[in-house]
Design a binder for this molecule. Structure first.
Ligand SMILES: NC(=O)c1ccc[n+]([C@@H]2O[C@H](COP(=O)([O-])OP(=O)(O)OC[C@H]3O[C@@H](n4cnc5c(N)ncnc54)[C@H](OP(=O)(O)O)[C@@H]3O)[C@@H](O)[C@H]2O)c1
Length: 255
């Protein structure tokens, strides 16, 4: 169904995403109110719940009268929104630390799902905020695991790399910034190239002497990072192995 905007948006949950979305909608000239617990959303054409996942059902129960009811969770299906006929989700595939720390400057893909008018309204709101909406009607647990795997873990790895660079003697205030160009280039390569081209380094080269040296140094100076190092070596090797099998026309490698 075509979206009938303009909308009056009530954002329920004044946290990191809620405050960011309120700022983006206001900047786009969309009427948006930020509501806390127990506040009325009367008069809103759409209520967008930006509360923690565990609080969605409770907040949804308070706003069943909304013409369109959305949540912002990546991992949650429509169940906690009850049997609202226009229930849906608008989930930015992006990290929002809160407007005080800054709003994303690059593209923001946003997953849209729902029934009735919800998908069209979610799409329209996303577009007003400058986001790029896409339909996500599959398994939300896997969808969110993908976001955590690629997004949260790459940030965790940058912190871990910074820690190692500091152990190696680089001033801590420089460490992450020195690694960032390498990380960004590698991620940019990986976004467009097959793993065989984008994954460089000792795993791709099969250089076991270098990996042994890494493990020895980690054992001495940062043993808490050894399990992650081992798991990521195994993951990289498995990706390269699968790709080699597919290239040879044998399908993905087992095991
Ligand atoms: N931040 C992100 O990067 C991001 C990105 C994409 C999607 N999301 C999704 O957005 C949602 C919120 O995440 P967040 O990071 O913004 O969380 P957050 O910073 O913890 O903010 C949640 C806010 O909701 C409020 N709240 C809790 N229960 C409520 C209720 N029943 N009624 C009204 N307000 C209530 C909290 O108030 P109190 O502090 O008083 O409890 C808090 O202000 C989650 O579903 C998350 O998956 C977040």
């Amino acid at each position: 169904m075509a979206d009938q905007g303009p909308h009056r948006v009530a954002i329920v949950g004044a946290g990191r995403l809620g405050r960011s979305a309120a700022a983006l909608l206001a900047a786009a000239g969309v009427e948006a109110r930020l509501l806390g617990r127990g506040a009325s959303s009367a008069g809103a054409t759409v209520v967008w719940l930006t509360v923690p996942d565990r609080a969605i059902a409770e907040a949804a129960a308070d706003h069943q009268a909304a013409p369109v009811l959305l949540h912002a969770s990546g991992a949650t299906d429509l169940g906690p929104l009850g049997d609202h006929p226009h229930a849906g989700s608008l989930h930015p595939l992006m990290s929002f630390p809160g407007p005080e720390l800054g709003l994303p400057v690059g593209p923001v893909p946003a997953a849209v799902a729902g029934r009735g008018e919800a998908p069209a309204v979610a799409q329209a709101l996303a577009e007003r905020m400058g986001w790029t909406p896409f339909s996500m009607n599959g398994d939300r647990r896997l969808y969110h695991a993908a976001a955590v795997m690629a997004g949260n873990f790459s940030a965790a790895l940058l912190y871990a790399g910074g820690q190692l660079l500091t152990e190696a003697g680089v001033p801590p205030e420089l460490a992450r910034g020195l690694l960032l160009p390498l990380v960004l280039q590698g991620l940019g390569n990986a976004a467009v190239a097959p793993a065989s081209a984008a994954l460089t380094g000792p795993v791709a080269r099969g250089d076991h002497a270098v990996m042994d040296a890494h493990r020895a140094a980690l054992s001495e100076r940062a043993p808490e990072l050894l399990p992650a190092y081992a798991a990521l070596c195994a993951l990289s090797a498995a990706l390269l192995r699968d790709l080699a099998h597919e290239r040879d026309g044998k399908g993905p490698a087992g095991g």
